[in-house]
Design a protein around this ligand. Structure first.
Ligand code: ATP
Ligand code: MG
Length: 682
């Protein structure tokens, strides 16, 4: 037990020990919120004696969940079961696996990713932009609105149309036994809402619930949590209003601001020390976030002492930026810094490409978290489609993707005819080909094609027979039967694609090894959840979007693309305060050094555009080169200043202290010497 409290301060310990009732831990970046949650989980299991299976700990990204799991397991000695610690979506998936039949659906459903979702929508409607429909469907689902509700509420013609597409889309998902990401949470809630006994039993099972990054929960997630807590109200959430970065996805800062209204009898704990970043980094982050109006305004005190000042890289264009970043990273690596302690962060994924080129030229190994991912590659999608069709004959979508891969002489026209005939019979393409007489097929397509289709189904059936469960040999049989590596034969990038396919096969075998009792659809679902937030480990530096970096920390952080238009991203519906919070999240990932980079122009969307330096440099008190708090030099005797702790005071004198200015200030009669950057001029 000492181990649990070893590295906790008083407030953290108090929060850990407050096991009963609602608990809100509200604190800034790097103040040890996640540490507290992880310790609390260990305390419940190790010291209080709560069975691990009666706890539930949720967060938002796979990487964060994995790290939390490792950290808590290190503190727990002998739990019979590991505690359930996962993302909201993973929890929904597990819950639906056991309960979706209560909604009249089958338990062997397949989860589709956002890419699939868009393709399905596009198939239904091509008039209205697909991304708009996709995000509206998402919004409806998160507001628990059916397509009928959406239709009734719609005033504009366009929105009537969107509601209709939503209805068709739902029908398609049902018929093909698919669920999308939003369903994982919306259907879970629906089940609990409609089934009181199930809700009570589920709540009884999870006696102690903990949520990290609570500021990013939306209304639906709050409702779900209230259901889960209905029999005990033991919920502990941690969050930081300054790090709320999912407003665009419906996250509600109100959830954290009004937590005590949603959960009665809340105990609030505040953590004030920052244990992560050197003080110059914290100073810059604090200065930036202070420009936001809607915030609770928490204090954060640096505990890690002085360090290198925040530096700026000025480049003419993205190529120069890439060179400079690569050179700076090489210097760190040469000095013995571990690669996985270095991260490059960006607001939008497109910015990663030029940097990738720079790193490649410099021969620096990197891994991209999220963005253009392994699972998004065509060859991997092909393999996944094969497995999908094998597990789910109703997946027409995947069937059409693979029908002519490798080439079997089946053109789009033939497939369209088959699809039409299948739909007229109210069945899927697969089942139709399987059950139709050969003559029936020959009436639709050339004899040669009809034979090919029949043979294709027979082969799929044979492979499926081998793969009743996901066995080690499955991928070999799959490859031997269909020669999938031939799909890309002769293409210039064939070698790379085949390597990727081998990597996928290896990944499959690894999964089977770790989950001996598994089935193919479990493998598929795991994959879909993983690909939402790709995982990477090992001996390379990280590149990721700021969104994906939430909750993580690195010794050295580079934030690229600090220009107006990129960070802050300005455009339709963008919210400057949320952009600032993104800046704050990015800056506060850094422990030792923070480097902010901007380019004078970028090649973007087909043309080169000049860009202005981000206003965040100014707001954070940064000028060219290094940290320089402009206001320092401007102080003179007699100025009125405000200090966060001592309040308002009058400057009695100014002197120099290293690179900074020291002020002698009279705070209501008591005189103190304070560094100029710690006060604000009034
Ligand atoms: P974020 O807001 O970015 O999610 P956080 O509040 O969750 O940050 P943690 O990740 O828990 O912060 O902690 C930040 C760092 O501080 C970690 O390296 C952690 O090990 C360390 N830390 C946490 N609590 C203490 C403590 N009491 N003493 C020393 N170090 C601590
Ligand atoms: Mg955290």
């Amino acid at each position: 037990m000492e181990k649990i409290f070893e590295r906790l301060n008083e407030s953290q310990s108090a929060a850990v020990k407050q096991t009963e009732g609602p608990v809100l831990i509200l604190a800034g970046a790097g103040s040890g919120k996640t540490t507290t949650i992880v310790s609390r989980l260990a305390y419940l299991i190790q010291a209080v004696g709560i069975p691990a299976s009666n706890t539930l700990t949720l967060t938002f990204t796979n990487k964060a969940a994995r790290e939390m799991k490792e950290r808590s397991m290190a503190m727990i000695q002998n739990a019979a079961y590991p505690p359930l610690l996962c993302t909201f979506h993973k929890f929904g998936l597990l819950f639906l696996k056991f309960n979706i039949h209560l909604l009249g659906r089958q338990n062997n459903f397949v989860v589709i990713d956002t890419d699939d979702k868009k393709r399905i929508i596009k198939k239904i409607n091509s008039d209205i932009p697909t991304p708009l429909i996709a995000s509206e469907i998402s919004r409806y689902k998160n507001s628990l609105m059916t397509s009928d509700d959406a239709y009734k509420q719609a005033e504009l013609f366009n929105y009537k149309q969107i509601a209709e597409v939503y209805g068709e889309y739902e029908k398609y998902l049902h018929e093909n036994n698919l669920v999308d990401f939003d369903d994982l949470i919306a259907l879970t809630y629906k089940l609990l809402e409609e089934n009181k006994e199930l809700a009570e039993a589920t709540s009884q099972k999870y006696q102690y619930i903990m949520i990290d990054e609570y500021q990013d929960t939306n209304e639906l997630q709050l409702k779900l949590l209230q259901k889960l807590c209905m029999t005990h109200n033991n919920i502990c959430v941690v969050g930081d209003d300054d790090q709320s970065i999912y407003g665009w996805r419906g996250a509600h800062i109100r959830n954290i601001m009004e937590f005590d209204e949603d959960f009665e009898g809340t105990n609030v704990f505040k953590l004030q020390e920052n244990y992560r970043s050197r003080s110059p980094i914290l100073k810059v982050a604090n200065a930036l976030i202070e420009h936001n109006r809607s915030r609770l305004g928490k204090e954060l005190i640096a505990t890690r002492g002085e360090g290198e000042e925040v530096s700026t890289l000025n480049s003419q264009d993205e190529n120069e930026e890439a060179r400079k970043v690569a050179a700076a990273i090489q210097k760190l690596l040469d000095a013995g810094v571990k690669a996985n302690e270095i991260a490059i962060l960006y607001r939008v994924n497109v910015l990663s490409r030029s940097i990738e080129e720079g790193l490649n030229r410099a021969r620096i190994a990197y891994k991209v978290v999220g963005g253009v991912r392994f699972y998004d590659r065509a060859e991997i999608k092909d393999l996944i489609s094969y497995i999908r069709v094998i597990t789910n004959h109703h997946d027409d979508f995947s069937f059409k993707r693979i029908a002519n891969k490798p080439k079997r002489g089946l053109g789009k026209a033939s497939l369209d005819k088959i699809e039409l005939a299948a739909h007229q019979k109210g069945t899927s393409i697969y089942e139709y080909i399987k059950t139709a007489e050969l003559e029936e097929l020959v009436a639709l397509v050339k004899k040669k094609n009809a034979n090919t289709l029949k043979e294709f189904i027979t082969n799929l059936e044979n492979v499926a027979a081998v793969a009743k469960n996901a066995t080690y040999e499955f991928v070999e049989v799959l490859e031997d039967t269909f020669h999938l590596k031939d799909i890309y034969a002769g293409m210039p990038d064939a070698q790379e694609r085949i390597l990727n396919m081998d990597e996928f096969y290896a990944l499959f075998r690894d999964f089977v090894k770790n989950h001996p009792e598994t089935s193919l659809d479990e493998f598929l679902n795991e994959l879909t959840l993983q690909s939402d937030q790709d995982e990477v480990e090992g001996d390379s530096i990280y590149m990721m979007s700021i969104h994906a970096s939430k909750g993580l920390e690195f010794e050295h952080v580079f934030v690229i693309g600090m220009e107006e238009g990129f960070l802050p991203l300005v455009g339709d519906g963008s919210d400057l305060e949320e952009e600032r919070r993104l800046g704050y999240v990015a800056f506060t990932r850094a422990k030792e050094t923070l480097t902010l980079s901007h380019a004078g122009s970028r090649f973007y969307k087909g043309r080169r555009s000049d860009l202005a330096k981000s206003r965040f440099f100014n707001e954070a008190g940064l000028c060219e080169g290094s940290l320089k708090v402009e206001k320092n030099t401007a102080y003179k005797k007699g100025d009125l200043v405000r200090h966060k702790i001592f309040g308002t005071g009058r400057v009695l004198g100014v002197s120099k202290s290293g690179r900074e200015f020291k002020l002698n200030i009279n705070f209501a009669g008591s005189k103190r010497e304070i560094l100029a950057s710690f006060v604000e001029k009034l």
